[in-house]
Design a protein around this ligand. Structure first.
Ligand code: ME8
Length: 516
């Protein structure tokens, strides 16, 4: 039975204090692949992304540029929205935290936490990183020889002292640990889970959840001198978009709790400690899973504006092609680990897996069909053991990729698909259909039929990862529109003999580096 239940997946919402970089593009591409996979697998999907527009970092950046924070947010949020189009992301909504709907939900969750007795007024004195928008214990910071104190992510911290509302995070320590224990899948991958558990075990202090020294944020209900700490409002975006706290509940309320929040490893603490504690306090259901991907490194080095190695996703896509870039990141980087990229690495993957792999298999087999089978999908004669094994390998991909994708192991799912491409190459070479043409045309037809059906299944399965190219492949094998989802995989959607085919056009050209 296919699972048709709602599936809610989110990216982090990005700070629009600058243009999107390749790390943002990576997270969006990966989350898009997971959303598309679930949709094709029959789930009713809600995929959310957006921008996190409040906070001190936004206000400081705007000031430095001589514009208002709202102008900065408008300008760069538009860039993030353009990136969803550029990358062919299938998000169902794009949330901006400056929208009225979000202000309403943030106030609602604040009131729920306050009504539960978890918010009190006091004064905060401690270290704060504006770049991370995070409070740190002194023990987590270090004073370096340059005279500057840095937080655990390597960003400078400053001393903050102000009147502030606090959230009673300390009282949630045991409940959080119990939740991690009882829900071993709540945090992935395992390294992050261990990191979070040891952080919580080391002791939680109450969290400052409002600021008074600037005003770019959502006002605290009944105390307009305070704006909410940006992470309180940022995390709440996931609820806002579902309308779960609206009165009456919004149409998308059925999507809460989220199936998975996809984020980078640097913000696991906010998602796996603060967010579940806020929700527990508000009496709301917790997300089922938080999965943190790794960081993208440029030739092994951290990207930074000062090193000058920050790659603009627009340039990368213009240079290599969108599906090529999508494929590279999804296949090359073990999802959950850091990954390194370089132009050479991208070129190698494109040529080995896409041009020489799936592209070549499709063009060789389909052009033989067009030439030798009257331009139609041939008849499938009696199957040999090799044919049965070949079809079984392709038919088995749904079950194995489903397991991988449910565990966010995107690279594994793709590796399994490409392994079947290699197997089909060996099958095709071993069966020598070109030699059978004279000696046994019925057998030739069967080999071509089997190969074409493997191409069909590969194309269906590649849709989440390289959507536009997979569509071209499906057109080449003349797969009807209603036979392109995963229900058509395996025997259910086998190619229909006699269906006319056009001469195949190349789907994945070889990458040739431009002359220096
Ligand atoms: O953290 N490689 O926003 P952000 C991979 N607004 N991923 C990267 C990356 C890199 N080099 N650099 C950043 C925020 N990311 C908050 C989130 S969610 C309620 C609020 C990832 O613009 C990063 O880990 O700094 C995060 O998941 C996302 O990009 C947005 O980062």
């Amino acid at each position: 039975m296919t699972d048709k239940s709602p599936f809610y997946i989110t990216t982090a919402i990005s700070y629009p204090n600058g243009k999107p970089h390749i790390g943002h593009a990576y997270e969006l591409i990966a989350t898009d692949a997971m959303a598309r996979y679930q949709r094709l697998d029959g789930r009713e999907v809600f995929f959310l992304t957006g921008t996190d527009e409040h906070g001190q970092k936004m206000q400081q950046t705007a000031k430095a540029q001589g514009i208002s924070a709202q102008e900065l947010a408008d300008r760069n949020s538009a860039e993030f929205q353009a990136m969803t189009t550029l990358l062919n992301a299938s998000n169902d909504d794009f949330i901006r935290t400056t929208e009225p709907r979000h202000h309403e939900t943030s106030k609602a969750i604040w009131n729920l936490m306050a009504d539960n007795g978890d918010i009190y007024k006091d004064s905060y004195a401690g270290w704060y990183s504006v770049r991370d928008e995070a409070y740190y214990q002194e023990s987590e910071t270090e004073l370096r020889p340059d005279g500057v104190r840095y937080g655990p992510q390597g960003t400078p911290v400053e001393w903050v002292q102000e009147e502030s509302y606090f959230f009673r995070l300390s009282t949630y320590q045991d409940r959080l640990l119990k939740h991690y224990e009882e829900n071993p899948d709540f945090i992935g991958p395992a390294e992050r889970r261990n990191e979070v558990i040891s952080f919580v075990k080391s002791g939680l202090k109450d969290l400052s959840v409002s600021r008074t020294t600037f005003d770019w944020g959502i006002k605290v209900p009944n105390d307009p001198a305070h704006v909410m700490y940006v992470w309180v409002d940022a995390l709440t975006n996931y609820l806002t978009a579902t309308g779960y706290l609206d009165e009456p509940k919004g149409e998308r309320a059925k999507f809460w709790p989220a199936d998975v929040h996809i984020i980078g490893k640097d913000i696991i603490r906010f998602h796996a400690v603060y967010w579940p504690a806020f929700l527990m306090s508000a009496g709301l259901p917790l997300p089922k899973r938080v999965f943190a991907h790794g960081f993208l490194l440029n030739k092994g080095e951290k990207m930074s504006k000062s090193v000058g190695n920050v790659v603009d996703p627009v340039n990368l896509v213009e240079h290599f092609g969108l599906d090529q870039v999508r494929y590279f990141f999804l296949r090359e980087v073990s999802f959950g680990q850091d990954g390194s990229y370089s132009e050479e690495g991208i070129a190698t993957r494109i040529n080995a897996d896409l041009a020489n792999g799936i592209g070549n298999l499709a063009s060789r087999s389909l052009s033989m069909i067009v030439k030798n089978c009257d331009g139609r999908i041939p008849e499938c004669g009696p199957l040999t053991e090799a044919d049965v094994a070949m079809l079984a390998a392709a038919d088995g991909l749904l079950a194995s990729t489903r397991d991988d994708m449910n565990a966010q192991q995107i690279h594994r799912a793709l590796a399994a698909i490409i392994a079947v491409v290699s197997e089909a190459d060996r099958y095709f070479a071993g069966q020598e259909p070109w030699a059978l043409k004279k000696t046994d045309p019925v057998r030739m037809a069967t080999v071509l039929y089997v190969t074409a059906d493997v191409v069909r299944q590969i194309a269906i399965l590649l849709q989440p990862f390289v959507p536009a190219s997979a569509e071209k492949l499906l057109n080449l094998v003349a797969v009807p529109a209603d036979k392109r989802d995963f229900a058509a995989l395996g025997a259910a959607g086998r190619l229909v003999s006699g269906t006319p085919l056009d001469a195949p056009s190349p789907v994945f050209p070889r990458y040739v580096a431009p002359e220096a």
